[in-house]
Design a protein around this ligand. Structure first.
Ligand SMILES: [Zn+2]
Length: 213
């Protein structure tokens, strides 16, 4: 015989606990076989009957979770600090290497030499920061000045608005008027002073004559 859902629902807790009479148990089973609503009620009963964690256990869990969170945060901060320190060290290393990568600037027509009031002046128009090295030597063609611009790989990176470099190669009061010729030289100017006159003459062929008295 089929009972209404209301009666079955009343019986479900007893049925679930297994304390129903065999007749009631049989009736519930039969009803459940064709009533999805009551089956759902039985499922809900099972879920609801699951033992809830004890309050102090819950509190313990929360506390251990909090301390874990704290530890993680501490770790995160440590890792962050180490990362920043490593990044700074890397940047310093890279900048040192780049600053020591000195390159001669090949001659281009943006390099000029002029005689001005203050003396012999070299000018370079470009977008990098350049340094200028020069040497004045006695040659077979008289007193000649050799100069060259250098830049570093670092300059490439930190290039500002520098578009014009002007260097006084030889001041007027330091004998600029005695210089016969000015050459742009892409080798090491300091090396030139160690060369014999013949070797120097050869180097002068590779240099670019920019100014003649
Ligand atoms: Zn039912």
């Amino acid at each position: 015989m089929n009972y209404p859902c209301g009666i079955i629902k009343d019986l479900l807790p007893l049925y679930y606990d297994g304390v129903c009479s065999p007749e009631s148990s049989q009736a519930v089973k039969e009803h459940l076989a064709h009533c999805p609503q009551c089956r759902a009620s039985l499922e809900a009963l099972k879920v609801g009957q699951e033992p809830l964690p004890q309050p102090d256990e819950e509190e313990k869990k929360a506390a251990s979770f909090r301390s874990l969170k704290k530890k993680l945060r501490k770790k995160q901060i440590q890792i962050g600090v180490i990362c920043v320190a490593l990044a700074v060290v890397c940047m310093l290393l890279v900048s040192t290497v780049l600053k020591n990568t000195v390159r001669m600037v090949e001659y281009k027509d943006n390099i000029q030499v002029t005689m001005e009031k203050e003396g012999l002046v070299s000018q370079l128009e470009g977008t990098l920061w350049y340094t200028c090295s020069s040497v004045t030597l006695e040659t077979q063609e008289g007193k000649c000045l050799f100069f060259g611009f250098t830049d570093t790989a670092w300059d490439d990176l930190i290039t500002g608005d520098q578009t014009y470099c002007k260097y006084t190669l030889c001041p007027a009061d330091k004998g600029a008027d005695q210089i016969e010729k000015v050459y742009y030289y892409t080798g090491d100017c300091a090396d030139l002073s160690r060369l014999s006159q013949t070797q120097l003459a050869q180097e002068m062929e590779n240099a670019v004559l920019l100014w003649t008295k």
